[in-house]
Design a protein around this ligand. Structure first.
Ligand code: SF4
Ligand code: SF4
Length: 317
């Protein structure tokens, strides 16, 4: 497995990053034991980079998986949507506790669907991350985003070390630009010395039938050091490790992966409150006949809608 530096941070990561979101209650909802077993298998197989978020409710899975591991060999990234200094301080303290660690390698402003105004609107939260870095509680400050203009704005800032943008061969889910625009913005961040790793390279499951080509597309983008991929069982882990190590996958390994398309469904007890419609960054939800309806061509399975549903009526299956 290739190891790459994340820009000038001094942090070296495996080219495959384990995206921990799907293990948790927003998606697959594995038991803690099953999730920890899979994460520890990944560590045993040589992966060193793991990405989670406060809102994914999976920090504690990683924290449990870290027990008995050499912490310095691993790179942990997490994120918070906190807006103020105090809010971010609470988030970082919670992350340190749940991740069972005394430092976090990369801490992002969780800013999927925002404009560059995020840097003034959440100035306090960013200042907190800068202070936490000075105190040694985090090693690098990042921003995770779906927006081209936010990546471009981040590239001009000294207080951002790492950028975590959405990019995929379909251009699905990219806000305010095309995939070519995002590649240009990634280039600016990389030229500025920022580390870049990519999310949603399979467009939230829409590219599961063409994984090698979709991965290759993003792996070849100049400036991209690593790719976060959600994995929920050992077959998917084996598949991705083989692909990233050897650039191809054996038929046996490919056959073991259930390549059925995941999708978001709305359960019958939706009461049409519209909360999910308002948070979807991709206009994939609408209200039809007082029920939420999903446009699966637009949905990237980001999971942002699930937590806001008061009825727990949204599921990724
Ligand atoms: S419908 Fe939900 S999972 Fe799909 S893109 Fe919108 S917020 Fe994300
Ligand atoms: S948030 Fe839940 S209850 Fe409200 S419209 Fe969406 S699916 Fe239905």
């Amino acid at each position: 497995m290739n190891l790459h530096y994340l820009g000038k941070t001094g942090i070296k990561v495996t080219e495959l990053c384990f995206g921990v979101l799907p293990l948790g209650p927003l998606q697959k909802n594995l038991t803690l034991e099953a999730a920890v077993r899979l994460l520890q298998t990944a560590i045993g197989r040589g992966l060193n980079f793991f990405d989670t978020a406060e809102s994914y409710q999976t920090q504690q899975y990683l924290g449990r998986a870290l027990a008995g591991q050499e912490r310095q060999q691993l790179v942990l990234a997490t994120k918070s949507a906190a807006e103020t200094y105090e809010g971010m301080k609470l988030s970082v303290e919670k992350s340190l506790d749940e991740l069972n660690t005394d430092y976090i390698d990369i801490y992002h402003l969780h800013a999927a669907r925002v404009t560059p105004a995020v840097f003034t609107e959440r100035e306090g939260a960013l200042a907190c991350l800068t202070d936490m870095k000075k105190q040694g509680k985090i090693r690098a400050v990042g921003i995770s985003t779906h927006s081209v203009s936010v990546v471009e704005a981040a590239a001009k800032r000294d207080d951002i070390d790492v950028v975590f943008p959405i990019i995929n061969i379909l251009g699905r889910g990219i806000q305010d630009g095309t995939k070519e625009d995002m590649i240009r913005a990634i280039g600016k961040a990389a030229t500025a010395g920022q580390g870049v790793y990519a999310m949603k390279v399979l467009a939230g499951g829409h590219l599961v039938s063409e994984v090698p080509a979709a991965m290759t597309y993003v792996r070849q983008i100049p400036g991209v050091s690593s790719i976060a991929v959600g994995m929920v069982d050992e077959a998917e882990l084996n598949y991705n490790i083989e692909l990233f190590k050897f650039n191809h996958v054996s038929p046996e390994c490919a056959a073991a992966v259930q390549a059925d398309h995941k999708r978001l469904i709305v359960l019958g007890f939706c009461r049409g409150c519209g909360a999910c419609v308002n948070v979807c960054p991709n206009q994939a939800l609408s209200l039809v006949g007082n029920k939420a309806r999903v446009d699966n061509d637009k949905c990237i399975l980001c999971g942002y809608c699930n937590p806001v549903c008061p009825e727990f009526a949204l599921r990724i299956v």
